[in-house]
Every structure is written in structure tokens, then in C-alpha cells.
Ligand binder design. Structure first.
Ligand SMILES: Cc1cc2nc3c(=O)[nH]c(=O)nc-3n(C[C@H](O)[C@H](O)[C@H](O)COP(=O)(O)OP(=O)(O)OC[C@H]3O[C@@H](n4cnc5c(N)ncnc54)[C@H](O)[C@@H]3O)c2cc1C
Length: 342
């Protein structure tokens, strides 16, 4: 089967590598230039492990990162690792065509039969039996394919920081009165904190400044003080609002969505990449099981994958919250940002 993967992010790379293992080398088109550096860490959750094992990378990634909460089976709940390290390992041996931006889908009647891409050599058509949109939250493939979906702003906003300080523990977290999280993860290259706040926009979120941010963060999570000693500039502090995606279905004849193109959640849920890895492995398995029939491969994929993904999508970020106070209780002033106390 001729497979074109649009997007060389994590989901697209895992799919490409898993297909290659099964004897199918896809065309991977990525609009970013080669050598793009993706900063910061990721807490890769257990939902990604099956795909990592399939690629023979579970131990490698574990060795490159830090375990978070090892269970009785000796496996961590997640691995805290630099994003770029993870991407570099997955991308090994995967032929990615960089600076190729997919502009349109080619059609034969209702069926998608390829893509039009623009790259260093100009515009060209790439025929395919199956086009896979692994092109992220704002997926152009999803739009072009006419796959019904909802995009919506996430309910809250997120303040985060990165620090060069490596913490003694790979993970500390607390829940606020309404259940939202404040936490710090630490990987071999440093540490990163997050604080789920109201959606207030970047200007208001960053206006109180560094000392107020550090004070408020430490008030909520005292062990964060060590990591915050390495935060010396507001350039290390970010405010993010994200878009969530819920797709009614994931495929049309000749085209399939995986990863955040198919379903995107607030990072508070902590499973986004994990689900993308799982999508990629399932699709590779479904294609390998139906090498001459892309529609049957898509049906197979959605049949097995929906029951895994939908529970996460239906609870969204709420599913990651544990309220510390009864519903409707007044939040303490130190949980507000911008701060309400001196
Ligand atoms: C702040 C934050 C923290 C997070 N933390 C975690 C975490 O700790 N654990 C976790 O599991 N998940 C986490 N996530 C989610 C995780 O980052 C995503 O699920 C994952 O990166 C999405 O991968 P993807 O491959 O689906 O999409 P993307 O990474 O967005 O990749 C899409 C790729 O497609 C390319 N592309 C787009 N359009 C085109 C086009 N037309 N032509 C060619 N190429 C195109 C883009 O350049 C990009 O490389 C977090 C997300 C955020 C925002």
C-alpha cells in the first residue's frame, strides 16, 4: 500500500517507523526544515509504551529519561524525557521529506488518492492509496478531507516554567481546591513546572512578573522552590491556551487522521502524546493486516482504537483533576493568578 504521512511530529514518525518495521516505507512530508529543535521535556505516559516496545525503543527512552512513579511491575507510570531526544530516537532511519507543505488533497470522485505538496522543488502531486493526517491540532488534512469535528478553546490556561535545575525527584504535584494541578517534573536536563489557572490571556498572565510568580508557585507547591531557583527571567515562563479537537469520525475513503489531528486535549490530561503513539501503532497494525484494502485498514483501526481513545476524550482535562474542596467552595486567595494577596 502506498502511504503518505502528512506531518513528521511524534505521531507521524511513530507511524512511519512502525510501518517500515512491517515492510511498508511511507512518504513522510513535513513542512518544517530539517534540524528543527523542539525544546523542553515531555512526560511520556504508559499509554505510549506498547508503541515504544514495538519500535524496540522502550529501554532506550527509559535510559535517556527519568522514571516517574515506578509500579509493582517495575515499570514507571511515565518517563520524563527531553522532547528532542525522544524525537531523535523515533526518527532514526525514517526518511522524512522536509520543507514540504501539503496544500491540497487529490481526489478521484469521493476518494482521496494523494496530496499536492509544495517544497524546495516546487509543487508536485504525490499519489497514495492512503493519506494519513498526522498534522496536529490545526490539521489542514482534516479540513480538506471534510471530516466533521469540533474545535474549542480549552477551559483553562496554563502557566509553565523551565529551569536548568535537576530536582531530586522526577515528579511532584499537588491539586488545587477545584482539582486543577500544579506540579514540577524533572528530566536529566532540568525541570519544568506547570500550574493550571483561569483562561486570562497572555498579557494578564505574565504581567505580575517573576518574583510574584515564584512566590505564588512556591506557596502552592513548596518543593518547587529548588527548581524555581533556576528561573531567573520571565523568558523562562510561558502562558498557554490550547485548542481541543473532537472528531466525529477519523477517516474518509483514502484519508485517515491520527494523533492531535484526530483528538486533542488540554495538556492537563497528560496523555496527548501517549494516545498519538497508540494511534500510530494501531494504524500500522491495521494497514499491515489489510495491505490491499485501505478502507478495511481504516475500519479496522477505528474499530480497535475508538474504545481506547474515547474515554479520555469524553472526560478531557476534568478526568485529571481531584478536587480538594466540595463543589462551589470558595477558592483560597493564594490559588488565584494574578495573585490576590500581597
Ligand atoms: C504544553 C504542552 C505540554 C504537553 N505535555 C504532554 C505530556 O507531558 N505528555 C503527553 O503525553 N502529551 C503532552 N502534550 C501533548 C503532546 O505534545 C502532543 O500530543 C503531541 O506533540 C502531538 O503530536 P502530533 O504528532 O499529533 O502533532 P504535532 O506534534 O503537532 O505534529 C504535527 C506535525 O505536522 C506538521 N505539519 C502541519 N501541517 C502540515 C502540512 N500542511 N504539511 C506538512 N507538515 C505539516 C507540523 O510541522 C508538525 O511537525 C503536551 C502538549 C502541550 C501543548
Amino acid at each position: 500500500m502506498r502511504v503518505v504521512v502528512v506531518g513528521g511530529g511524534m505521531a507521524g514518525l511513530v507511524l512511519a517507523r512502525a510501518l517500515m518495521k512491517r515492510g511498508i516505507t511511507p512518504v513522510v512530508l513535513e513542512r518544517a526544515p530539517a534540524g528543527r529543535f523542539t525544546e523542553g521535556p515531555i512526560m511520556l505516559p504508559f499509554q505510549a509504551y506498547e508503541a515504544l516496545e514495538d519500535l524496540g525503543l522502550y529501554e532506550t527512552i527509559r535510559a535517556a529519561g527519568r522514571d516517574v512513579a515506578v509500579g509493582e511491575d517495575g515499570r514507571p507510570v511515565a518517563i520524563a524525557v527531553a522532547r528532542q531526544t525522544l524525537i531523535d530516537h523515533i526518527a532514526e532511519g525514517v526518511p522524512v521529506e522536509h520543507e514540504e507543505e501539503v496544500l491540497d488533497l487529490l481526489r478521484d470522485g469521493d476518494r482521496v488518492v494523494g496530496v499536492r505538496t509544495r517544497g524546495p522543488g516546487g509543487e508536485r502531486d504525490v499519489p497514495a492509496d492512503l493519506v494519513v493526517g498526522a498534522d496536529g491540532t490545526m490539521s489542514g488534512v482534516r479540513e480538506l478531507a471534510g471530516i466533521p469535528h469540533i474545535t474549542r478553546p480549552s477551559e483553562g490556561g496554563g502557566l509553565s516554567f523551565t529551569s536548568p535545575v535537576v530536582m531530586p525527584s522526577s515528579f511532584v504535584m499537588a491539586y488545587q481546591s477545584d482539582g486543577r494541578q500544579v506540579g514540577v517534573m524533572s528530566w536529566p536536563g532540568g525541570s519544568a513546572g506547570w500550574w493550571q489557572i483561569d483562561r486570562i490571556g497572555p498579557e494578564a498572565a505574565l504581567a505580575p512578573g517573576l518574583e510574584a510568580f515564584k512566590r505564588s508557585f512556591i506557596r502552592l507547591l513548596p518543593p518547587a522552590e529548588l527548581a524555581l531557583q533556576g528561573v531567573t527571567s520571565m523568558d523562562q515562563v510561558r502562558y498557554r491556551e490550547v485548542t481541543e479537537v473532537v472528531s466525529e469520525r477519523w477517516w474518509n475513503p483514502g484519508v485517515m487522521l491520527i494523533g492531535e489531528a484526530a483528538h486533542a486535549m488540554d495538556p492537563e490530561s497528560g496523555v496527548g502524546a501517549g494516545l498519538g503513539f497508540g494511534d500510530a501503532l494501531q494504524l500500522a497494525t491495521s494497514i499491515a493486516a489489510n495491505p490491499g484494502d485501505p478502507d478495511e485498514a481504516c475500519r479496522h483501526h477505528e474499530h480497535w482504537r475508538r474504545p481506547v481513545v474515547d474515554p479520555y476524550v469524553s472526560v478531557g482535562a476534568q478526568g485529571a483533576r481531584i478536587p480538594q474542596a466540595p463543589p462551589g467552595a470558595q477558592r483560597p486567595p493564594w490559588e488565584y493568578w494574578p495573585p490576590r494577596e500581597g
